[in-house]
Design a protein around this ligand. Structure first.
Ligand code: PLP
Length: 462
């Protein structure tokens, strides 16, 4: 079947009109769908069509069948997880990327993928104030970026690991607030959850360096090798920031790899007032920040940086004849820096986004989100019925109804069942809390005010 270019032109114009209307009129949708598990499966045929169907028909069915099952992450009243944005430049770049379908597995397979990735990650590195020796590459998610950090840490600690596997027990450290992707990385890298130490956090949910020092010393004395410390700059529940500099000093005693998980809050390092957060990065080994979280780039785009690209190359380079390239010293083949061979052209959307907004507008948007969260935090504190459950360093607010986990739980559920807002929950030091994360480009102070109005109204009915 040949491409029917005229049919494509018509159908893609129709799809992009649909997208423009969708983006401009988000308010007409519930943020979260009203459905039970299995509803969509039940609405669709159990087997695929024998004969092809028209693009117009497929778009009509997308609207009728698929859309009602979608959670609208691009909605300005989406306050769950970490709110994010597929901005217009990112969407356009995704269309171009899909049309080219270029695969940057090595340099020659698509020079643009390899080289643009290095250029845009250097721009972002500079804007975040990272030291100039960080080499960057793009993965799909922070989970995969952190897995690569842990695998590099194994190689760093024991260069025989590539040939022999793990022959001596290794230990990995994070705070008790770290994301579950750390646990998964430890499982996938063969280190074992038993050897993951969740170091106690303080009353502001930051890793306690003294507890880390004790744990690393105890492991070393017991014959384990401290391998990797994961520092979170912006934890998932409360966005707390672990103290990087003291941790670096402690890790250095054991020559352990230090990975910074700033998947969400790394974006705030674009603001000079948050430079403190990554102070000392020039002594860390790797870092992850997700432009698909708070840098207005569509899923998926996770920027992984390391000061030791040679360790990644040592870990992952395997070059059969069919993957050989030119051998030019300026050539970078990203297949040598990770598990995956095939590589989507994710750099294009980041290039579009960084150019379209520029550093100034990105800073304004991020500052605006932080100001909205802090104002919400003040409203919570000023209302006797509520209390803040954690400080508000960035754009997420954790709060509860005073002394009532049950009512707080009921409040989260009541808000989410309106369909007008979508918020989340967490447990902090054993206590349940509601959580509101602000981060969509279109979210305004009015959206946050409307949410607060709804919170107080529904709390009054409990
Ligand atoms: N690290 C932190 C601090 C996060 O908050 C998250 C997700 O919210 C992740 C890692 C995992 O991100 P991803 O979904 O890109 O794997």
């Amino acid at each position: 079947m040949e491409h029917d270019i005229e049919a494509f032109r018509r159908a893609s114009a129709e799809a992009s009109d649909w997208i423009a209307q969708y983006m401009g009129d988000m308010a007409r949708f519930r943020v979260n769908p009203e459905m039970r598990p299995g509803d969509l499966i039940d609405r669709l045929p159990p087997s695929g069509p024998e004969s092809g169907e028209s693009l117009e028909q497929i778009l009509a069915d997308f609207e009728k069948l698929i859309l009602p099952a979608v959670t609208h992450w691009n909605h300005p009243r989406f306050f769950n997880y970490f709110a994010c944005t597929a901005s217009a430049p990112g969407v356009i770049a995704e269309m171009l990327t899909a049309s080219m379908n270029t695969n940057g597995l090595n340099w020659i397979a698509s020079p643009a993928v390899s080289e643009l990735e290095q250029v845009v990650l250097a721009w972002l590195r500079q804007w975040m104030g990272l030291s100039g020796d960080y080499f960057g590459e793009i993965f799909d998610t922070a989970s995969v970026s952190t897995l690569h950090a842990v695998m590099a840490a194994r190689e760093w600690i024991d260069p025989n690991v590539r040939m022999n596997g793990i022959t001596k027990p290794l230990a990995v450290y994070s705070s008790d607030q770290a994301h579950s992707s750390i646990d998964k990385a430890v499982v996938a890298a063969g280190i074992g959850l038993r050897n993951l130490r969740k170091i106690a956090s303080d009353d502001q949910f930051r890793m306690r360096p003294e507890a880390l020092r004790e744990a690393m010393a105890a492991d070393a004395a017991a014959g384990l090798t401290p391998c990797c410390v994961i520092v979170t700059a912006g934890t998932t529940s409360t966005t707390s920031v672990d103290p990087l500099e003291p941790i670096l000093e402690i890790a250095a005693v054991h020559n352990a790899w230090v990975h910074i998980d700033s998947a969400y809050a790394g974006a705030a390092a674009l603001l000079p007032e948050f430079a403190w957060m990554l102070k000392g990065n020039e002594r860390a080994h790797s870092l992850v920040v997700n432009p698909h979280k708070w840098l207005f780039t569509p899923m998926d785009c996770s920027a992984f940086y390391t000061r030791y690209p040679d360790v990644l190359r040592r870990t992952f380079t395997i070059t059969p004849e069919y993957l050989k390239t030119t051998g030019d010293p300026r050539e970078v083949s990203l297949m040598d820096y990770g598990v995956a061979l095939g590589r989507r052209f994710r750099a294009l959307k980041l290039w579009y986004v960084l150019r379209y907004f520029g550093r100034n507008t990105l800073q304004e948007l991020i500052r605006g989100h932080i100001a909205m969260a802090q104002e919400l935090g003040r409203w919570v504190s000023a209302d006797d019925r509520f209390e803040l459950a954690a400080p508000v360093p960035f754009s997420a607010v954790c709060f509860r109804i005073r002394d009532s986990a049950e009512k707080t739980r009921a409040l989260v559920s009541a808000i989410n069942s309106t369909g007008a807002f979508f918020i989340s929950q967490t447990v902090l030091k054993g206590r349940y809390a509601a959580r509101v994360a602000i981060g969509n480009q279109a979210t305004s102070r009015d959206d946050v005010k409307a949410l607060w109005f709804e919170i107080t109204r529904l709390a009054g009915l409990l």
